[in-house]
Ligand binder design. Sequence first.
Ligand code: GAL
Length: 418
Amino acid sequence: MSRKMFALVSMLTIIAMILGACQRAPAEDKLEIFSWWTTGGEAAGLNAMYEIYKKDHANTEIVNATVAGGAGSNAQAVLASRMQGGDPPDSFQVHMGHELIDTWVVADKMENLDDLYQSEGWVNLFPKGVLDIVSFEGHYYSVPANIHRANVMWYNTATFQQLGIAAAPKTFDEWFAMAETCKAAGLPALALGDSGPWTSVHLFETVLIGTLGAEGYKGLWTGATAWSDPMVTTALETMDRMLDYVNSDHAALSWDQANQLVIDGKACTTIMGDWVDADNLAKKFAASGWAPAPGNEGIYDALSDSFGLPKGAKHSDQAKDWLRLVGSKAGQEAFNPVKGSICARTDCDPNLFGPYLQSAMEDWKTDTVVPSLAHGAAAKSGWVQTITDAINRFVTERDVASTQSGLATACVDAGVCK
Ligand code: GAL
């Protein structure tokens, strides 16, 4: 080959390579989704939605921005600093209710989603109670992916059988009787993993509900029930007694590690939200038993994970398609059976769900619904934070009187109590 010919061929080869590379160039389109879903069941749920999104958006690269830590205990601080710094993700996980409205909507950080609600027909597909808490002054601000139940007691049926515990305890008295049986066998009755400070608040809210009942508990968030009420004293005393039966390494464990103690037969129960069902599924643990937390029968302590569109999102078209998917039947039917939650929509097929979730669907229809404290539904974030600090101090110091007076002051500081 002549020199000239060689140069020409080389040039053509380089051009062909450049053209090929251009065709294969990574897609410009991106979608950044921010959440704290990193444990097995949580990630499985998120991935189920990503898979559907990818099928319909082959050219969009999904950036899975997660910050580990249950209940968003770490993620929320990272999100706040990104939002303040003008670097919002395209869409982020946010609890429906106070967390969405008081933290983001009132601060004018979220886009109004009324158009999507109209075009997707969601105004007729989500229950009225749900529509009410994703809206503010008549406009919609986030799309609920699910409904979770917080007040569930989980146990290992094989452990109960070995210890001769015939039925799941329903009342606190029955729970303490069960706890003594476990103690006699050398097992903690209650697996707690409060390395994330929210889990002891989670436990406390179920004890409050079990002691005050639905109306009394709801009144704590409106000022109708006084935090100085003797029933709150009883709730703190009951929680104090329960803490006598927890695993000694609780401060070093996360919620899912606490659940692992139950799975391994090393603890009798754990009181946690129904993301435990997803954890059990991901860990292929089939011998799980469940019941409402003591005294919580007939009450659904609810929360919902939703996604919104922050103002200034860099890929808002992609984010709107994501939100369409989150609210769709296909999205909710793929996500919820593996996430341990039920659909926020009313038209999902129950046959796609396992036995726990089928029972939750039935309870959701008939139970009295109350808002979760630890998961953004009952109170605004600043108030939740003060309660979290007080309850974590309580877990170490076990001082009922000073905790109760701290809780009463927190309600006044939140502007709800006089
Ligand atoms: C909740 C959230 C659930 C689950 C749980 C544990 O706040 O709503 O989806 O992820 O935290 O991380």
